[in-house]
Design a protein around this ligand. Structure first.
Ligand code: NAG
Ligand code: NAG
Ligand code: NAG
Length: 182
C-alpha cells in the first residue's frame, strides 16, 4: 500500500520553509551592513553587525523599514546613556577648567540631541525621510563637534572619544538605511 504523498512531504515542506525563513531573517542585518559599509567608508562592518544584532527587537526583524526604526531607537538609547555619563564626569570637582568647559558643551549637545531623535522617530513614522535625514545628520555633527572641542588644546585628551565614535557610527548606519528606503 502506498502512503499518501503528503504524509511525507508536508513535514518536509514545513521544515524547509522554516529553515529558509530563519535564514532570510538572519541575513537582513549582515546584508544591510554590507551595503552601508560600501557606501560609507567611515563605517566598520563588524561594528554595524554587532550593534544592530544587540539592539532590542532586532533578532525577529525581517524588513528594512522595521530595522530602520530599531536603528534610530538604538541611537536614542545610546545617546541617553552618554548624556548620563557626561553628567557623572561633570560631578568631579577637580576637573580642570578646559575639560569642564568642553564637557559642558558636550552635555548640552547631547541633551539637545534626545528631542531631535524623538522627532526623527516621528518623521520616520510618517515616512518623511528628508527630515529624518536632517535630524540624523545633526547627530553626526553632535559627535564631531563634541570631540573637536577637546582637540582645541594641545595635550588635552577627550574622555568621550569612544562614545562620540559610537554616536557617529550609529548615526551613519541609520542614515545609510534611510537612504536605501527613500
Ligand atoms: C567620513 O568622515 C569624515 C570625517 O568626519 C567626513 O569628512 C566624511 O564626509 C565622511 N564620509 C562619509 C562618506 O560620510
Ligand atoms: C553604544 O552602542 C555601541 C554599539 O552598539 C556599544 O558598543 C556601546 O556600549 C553603547 N554605549 C552605551 C553607553 O550604551
Ligand atoms: C571609530 O573607530 C573605528 C574603530 O576604532 C575607526 O576605524 C574609525 O576611524 C573611528 N571613526 C571616527 C569617526 O573616529
Amino acid at each position: 500500500m502506498r502512503l499518501p504523498f503528503s504524509y511525507f512531504s508536508l513535514p518536509i515542506f514545513f521544515l524547509l520553509f522554516s529553515t529558509f525563513h530563519a535564514m532570510s531573517t538572519n541575513n537582513l542585518i549582515p546584508e544591510t551592513c554590507k551595503k552601508c559599509v560600501q557606501k560609507d567608508p567611515n563605517l566598520t562592518y563588524k561594528f554595524c553587525v554587532t550593534s544592530l544584532q544587540a539592539a532590542r527587537g532586532s533578532h525577529r526583524v525581517d524588513d528594512l523599514r522595521e530595522l530602520g526604526k530599531i536603528s534610530i531607537k538604538l541611537i536614542k538609547h545610546n545617546v541617553t546613556n552618554t548624556r548620563h555619563h557626561i553628567q557623572k564626569l561633570l560631578k568631579n570637582r577637580r576637573l580642570d577648567s578646559f575639560l569642564k568647559e568642553c564637557l559642558d558643551d558636550c552635555f548640552s549637545l547631547y541633551s539637545d540631541s534626545i528631542p531631535t531623535l524623538g522627532q526623527a522617530l516621528k518623521d520616520y513614522k510618517t515616512k518623511n525621510y528628508e527630515n529624518v535625514n536632517i535630524d540624523l545628520s545633526s547627530m553626526i555633527d553632535v559627535s564631531t563637534t563634541c570631540e573637536d572641542g577637546f582637540n582645541e588644546k594641545k595635550g588635552a585628551i577627550s574622555p568621550l572619544t569612544k562614545r562620540n565614535n559610537d554616536t557617529f557610527q550609529l548615526s551613519a548606519i541609520s542614515l545609510s538605511i534611510i537612504n536605501m528606503l527613500s
